[in-house]
Design a binder for this molecule. Structure first.
Ligand code: HEM
Length: 507
């Protein structure tokens, strides 16, 4: 008799505890909402209120037809709002394209958010380097890497020229059609690996990437597969372990071994330096070398490898995508090509200096406009780790603050925001560099993110993209599009042109 009684008491106590915690949570949240004037958001996208399976189905359909971004923009438009609620399986989601909300997530209430599930998917390739760390760990990574992005380091124009010259050899000078996108991707992995590992993959030295199986080429291909593996992990989530994705798993291993080798070299170099210093004969390194700078600060090889892999992931496809998207648009507009020519004519055929590159106003407008219309990171999200709020999105007009319960995924869309007519005018969907003559956007323009986690490689990327553009303008008199269709999204972790950048160039 005593045993069942104990059981009843335990069950009763458990129930009372649950009720108590629920009630306390309810009261605390009600007070929070009252104090902050939060109002519910009336705009809800999902029709299936339990699992949001309709959202899942719509997302799959858009992914298959390469219309994820378009579909997302249409949802905002059809609902007539800039912030709405949605749900996938058990995850409540708030979607927003509101500059003030994005500023709140990334800057004002930065500490209320983490990366959430994204960390698990990125971890096999990236470990817990800068791109995949939160809190103190992230702060340490940022502190370690930041000095390496100072102006002198990112302005190595000689290196860009070397890689550009190799790229030039692949471009027919008589107008025969070529896919510039493929070359841009090879150029950026070559320059980024030289910048980071002190050893370039030199993929542009090959006639084609399929030609060789030397370890640099194997690495370049493996890195592409390893990135695709991240995407598979994000899409399949807990079902990933049932997929037969051996290519992805092997690729991660190849990448780690390859980068590990350069890290071994760098740590050995550091040890030799230390030994020379102890013997009183240390000589300073003449040239700045990214991987050596990391080895000077830590001898934790896995840490150096992870950070390098993170920066390579952050920096490789992004710059290539910017160039591909921009040339897709410029190739359709001879007037823009001519205006660029006029601007760059001042060099009289000379190679540009860093200062001259920065001074080309129209070139800057072209880059800005490409990143506006086709942001390379078109969507992003953060996971609320405590109850918090957004300044806009609540109430019938969306003008009131909105409560964000802990455990909500807040997804934001630079793509939709950059195409909002109320922010950029009725021609927001057109590629029009001239609009930058008067535009001075703040949080409504966000290609490189904002707040404490703003992109570290922004100057590196803009310098490389500017350099390559100036040199192509100098080398060729005519640029012609060989793609009759409009730009379509090629969405992976970043976004480039689905059909590549098919052009003809004439010397
Ligand atoms: C057009 C080119 C680029 C674009 C549009 C771009 C965009 C971005 C964006 C949106 C983020 C924030 C990601 C997030 O927090 O979820 C980011 C972060 C980052 N980017 Fe870039 N990026 C570009 C090029 C580069 C390059 C070339 C490098 C390095 C060589 C680089 C290094 C980084 C790093 C290290 C971070 C992580 C910063 C942190 O979390 O503190 N990026 N980038």
């Amino acid at each position: 008799m005593a045993a069942p009684l104990m059981l009843y008491i335990a069950a009763g106590a458990f129930l009372a505890y649950i009720l108590y915690t629920r009630l306390t949570l309810y009261l605390t949240r009600s007070a929070f909402k009252r104090q902050n004037d939060c109002q519910p958001c009336p705009y809800v996208f999902n029709k299936d209120p339990v699992l949001g399976l309709d959202v899942l189905r719509a997302n799959i359909r858009h992914a298959n037809t390469h219309t994820v971004l378009e579909g997302n923009e249409a949802r905002f438009k059809n609902l007539g709002t800039n912030t709405y609620h949605s749900r996938i399986v058990t995850m409540p989601i708030i979607q927003t394209s509101e500059p003030e909300n994005i500023k709140t997530i990334l800057s004002l209430k930065f500490k209320d958010y983490s990366f959430g599930a994204r960390e698990k998917a990125f971890a096999p390739l990236l470990g817990h380097g800068i791109f995949n760390a939160d809190g103190e760990r992230w702060a340490n990574s940022r502190h370690l890497l930041r000095p390496n992005f100072a102006r002198d380091q990112v302005a190595d124009l000689d290196a860009f020229e070397r890689h550009f010259k190799l790229m030039l050899q692949h471009i027919p000078t008589n107008g025969v059609t070529i896919d510039l996108q493929e070359l841009f991707f090879r150029l950026t992995i070559d320059s980024a690996t030289e910048f980071l590992f002190n050893h370039s993959t030199n993929s542009l030295r090959m006639v084609s990437q399929h030609e060789s199986d030397n370890e640099d080429v194997v690495f370049s291909k493996a890195f592409t597969h390893a990135q695709a593996d991240i995407l598979t992990r994000i899409r399949f989530d807990f079902l990933y372990k049932f997929t037969k994705n051996d290519v992805g798993r092997d690729a991660v291993k190849i990448c780690k071994e390859y980068v590990g080798k350069w890290v071994d070299d760098a740590v050995r170099w550091r040890e030799e330096q230390d030994a020379e210093k102890a013997a009183g004969g240390q000589k300073e390194e003449e040239r700045y070398v990214f991987i050596h700078e990391l080895a000077k600060q830590t001898s934790d090889k896995a840490r150096i490898r992870d950070e390098l892999m993170n920066v390579l992931l952050a920096g490789r496809d992004t710059t290539a995508s910017l160039l591909s998207n921009m040339f897709f648009e410029i190739a359709k507009r001879p007037d823009i090509w001519m205006r660029l020519k006029e601007e760059i004519e001042g060099l009289e055929g000379r190679l540009p200096t860093y200062e001259e590159l920065r001074g080309f106003k129209y070139l800057k407008w072209c880059l800005n406009e490409s990143l506006r219309l086709h942001p390379v990171v078109p969507g992003n999200s953060r996971f609320a780790i405590r109850d918090t709020m957004l300044p806009l999105g609540g109430g019938a007009t969306g003008a009131a603050p909105l409560f964000v319960p802990r455990g909500t995924l807040v997804s934001y869309s630079p793509y939709t925001m950059h195409r909002r007519k109320d922010l950029y005018g009725p021609d927001a969907h057109l590629y029009k560099p001239e609009r930058w003559d008067t535009l001075r956007p703040s949080w409504e323009y966000l290609p490189f993110n904002g707040g404490p986690r703003i992109c570290l490689g922004q100057q590196y990327a803009l310098t490389e993209a500017s350099y390559v553009t100036v040199r192509l303008v100098q080398e060729f008199s005519k640029l012609e599009s060989r793609d009759e269709g409009p730009w379509r999204e090629g969405l992976t972790l970043t976004c480039c042109s689905l059909n590549g950048t098919k052009v003809g160039l004439v010397k």
